[in-house]
Write a protein that binds this ligand. Structure first.
Ligand SMILES: Nc1ncnc2c1ncn2[C@@H]1O[C@H](COP(=O)(O)OP(=O)(O)OP(=O)(O)O)[C@@H](O)[C@H]1O
Length: 191
């Protein structure tokens, strides 16, 4: 079996004090893993511990650093002016702009601060999925998406190259069931 791209062992993480753990999970290339559980159980905090935004109190996190990492955060900064077009955002994140579905292609010429919440969301998720990073962390990627947007997202996730690993926080049962190879329920794994 291949080495994990992400190996979380007995993690206790949080902010001033721990809010989650001990929690363990390994993600290997080719896997799409769903992270579920009730509001506030610490799903986002696990992702933030991986990216260094949350504090690690105990345990450890190892990653294949050559694989690169990309995070779609739950609340992207959208306040104020963002003088970037959708196409420029994609290129900044490493997408070459080719092969976009028509729904996204239309957004490449528009400023992202003038898009709707759902349009911004699909663009942000796309930028992360196609950034070239092999470890992909998604925090509620289906937020604000309509049915067509969710289908587009599900198709993109299932068509990802086999050398990627995805850890996806989502409340959307339908999306989780359709794309995830396994689901880790954080409530069930709580001490
Ligand atoms: N920046 C922060 N500083 C302090 N506490 C925080 C911070 N962010 C989150 N928390 C707390 O940590 C706990 C876990 O929050 P987290 O956002 O990880 O949960 P979640 O499972 O992702 O929730 P949701 O499903 O509602 O998004 C909550 O009690 C929350 O109030």
């Amino acid at each position: 079996m291949s080495e994990p791209l992400l190996d979380i062992r007995n993690l206790r993480a949080g902010y001033r004090t721990p809010v989650v753990g001990p929690f363990s999970l390994q993600a290997r290339a080719g896997e799409i893993i769903g992270l579920t559980g009730p509001n506030g159980c610490g799903k986002s905090t696990v992702l933030k511990a991986v990216t260094g935004e949350a504090r690690i109190f105990d345990g450890h996190i190892e990653r294949d650093t050559a694989a690169g990492i990309a995070l779609q955060a739950q609340s992207p900064a959208t306040r104020g002016e963002i003088p970037l077009t959708g196409g420029e955002l994609l290129r900044l994140m490493g997408h070459d702009g080719r092969g976009l579905p028509p729904r996204l292609d239309r957004l490449t010429r528009r400023r992202i601060d003038r898009l709707s919440g759902g349009q911004r969301q699909i663009l942000a998720v796309w930028a992360v999925l196609y950034s070239g990073a092999r470890l992909i962390l998604l925090d509620e990627p289906g937020n604000n998406l309509d049915r067509e947007g969710t289908e587009l997202l599900a198709d993109a996730l299932t068509a990802l190259p086999a050398d990627r690993a995805v850890l996806m926080v989502s409340h959307e049962q339908h999306l989780v069931e359709r794309v995830c190879h396994r689901v880790v329920d954080m409530e069930a794994s709580a001490p």
